[in-house]
Design a protein around this ligand. Structure first.
Ligand code: SOE
Length: 395
């Protein structure tokens, strides 16, 4: 006897879409495209993000990207993408020197903006962007992604609850080793990070900006800094000219800082720490507790609680994958790990969720917050240049 099968039609209620136009198909383009695909599946959002169009200069690469991420529309001119009527938000994943121009065009066309970090080349550009976006009242996000990892958000929540008591110290590192070869050129795909005209700065804007964003979010504003920078390789061939040109970025930077809450900080970043690919760590020491985090073990938060009896006291390691840990409950069952890419999904989900309630406090870095981080970067570079302590401008 033939087996009876049952076909059921499920009534799916479709939320309104948030049609996103992505500019840039490199490393960050992929990280953001993945977030756009994932966010609506794992978070209950009142608008479902859709990757509506993508823009990039090389037609071949653009086609390949559009095929692999199922994007229906492509543009080779970002101005056309920004002007498209079927786009609600523009996601800027281009090198830093184009953020301001693209953002201002988005504002002209009334588009919401998601922008890769850092906000701009410097604070001056950043101020122009903040002024324009706030005047136009357009939702805006800067993708400082690491704060959205469950263990990092847990650290923020523990500090915000006052559990550390008075905070004495904050320290952070972001160490890499990929630019040690003197044969590496500057300019072009990925390597624009070595070209100061395109990047604005070296490790300060690229890596320390992440550390500064997390630090300011967890521990409040930074008021003054003193710094040293070094450019270890003074000349590199530029891919655009084929000629050796002076390297103007900081290859390494170490800075001291004072926070508004009276705590002291040490930050270090370099692309010359042989053996380290992306060692982002931070530690915060308070009167009652200390917390520490390491990107290489990103699901864990190290936790020290001085109130535990002295014979049991010690550092413990919280695996932030339980349902009551930030974001973790939206994914798998307790104990299963999340990765780097989830931080982008969480950032986007926070941004989209906030659209329903624009006056509620924002759980994500907007242009104004990112401007504060930009001002810290500017102050660090000025301190290194002048060999003086520099007061940080308020955003
Ligand atoms: C540089 O190597 C880089 O990719 C940065 O541009 C990112 O912002 C950082 O998250 C990882 O390192």
């Amino acid at each position: 006897m033939a087996k009876k099968t049952l076909t059921t039609r499920v009534a799916v209620s479709e939320p309104k879409t948030l049609r996103i136009g992505l500019i840039g198909y490199g490393f960050m383009g992929r990280a953001h495209a993945n977030a756009i695909h994932q966010a609506g599946h794992f978070f209950s959002l009142n608008r479902r993000p859709v990757l509506q169009a993508v823009c990039g200069r090389s037609e071949d690469q653009l086609r390949a990207f559009a095929e692999s991420w199922q994007v229906a529309h492509t543009e080779t001119d970002w101005r056309k993408l920004v002007a498209r009527e079927d786009i609600d938000a523009v996601d800027i994943c281009t090198p830093n020197d184009s953020h301001m121009e693209i953002a201002l065009a988005c504002i002209k066309h009334g588009k919401m903006i998601m922008c890769e970090k850092p906000l701009a080349l410097d604070g001056k550009q950043g101020e122009t962007m903040v002024k324009a976006v706030e005047k136009a009242k357009l939702p805006n996000l800067v993708m400082y992604n690491y704060r959205f990892l469950p263990a990092v958000t847990l650290a923020k929540n523990i500090v915000a609850a006052g559990e550390l008591g008075k905070i004495f110290h904050y320290r952070a590192n972001f160490l890499q080793d990929w630019t040690i070869s003197k044969d590496l050129p500057q300019g072009g795909t990925g390597l624009w990070r070595l070209d100061a005209k395109v990047a604005g700065s070296g490790v300060t804007g690229d890596l320390l900006a992440h550390c500064i964003d997390t630090a300011r979010w967890i521990n409040g504003d930074i008021v003054s800094v003193s710094a040293m920078t070094e450019t270890f390789i003074k000349e590199r061939v530029h891919t655009a000219t084929g000629k050796k040109q002076a390297v103007k970025i900081d290859d390494a930077c170490a800075f001291l800082a004072r926070f508004e809450n009276g705590s002291l900080a040490v930050f270090e970043s370099t692309r010359y720490a042989r053996g380290h690919k992306a060692l982002y760590t931070f530690e915060i020491n308070g009167e009652h507790k200390s917390l520490a985090w390491d990107l290489h073990d990103l699901n864990r938060l190290s936790y020290f609680d001085h109130s535990v009896s002295s014979d049991r006291r010690g550092w413990s390691s919280i695996h932030a994958t339980d349902g009551d840990h930030p974001y973790a409950g939206k994914w798998w069952v307790p104990g299963l790990c999340l990765g780097y890419e989830h931080s982008f999904v969480h950032a986007l989900a926070e941004f989209v969720q906030s659209l329903a309630n624009p006056t509620a406090p924002r759980n994500y870095p907007d242009f104004r917050h990112a401007l504060g981080t930009q001002f810290v970067c500017d102050a660090v570079l000025e301190a290194a240049r002048t060999q003086r302590w520099i007061k940080v401008k308020r955003s």
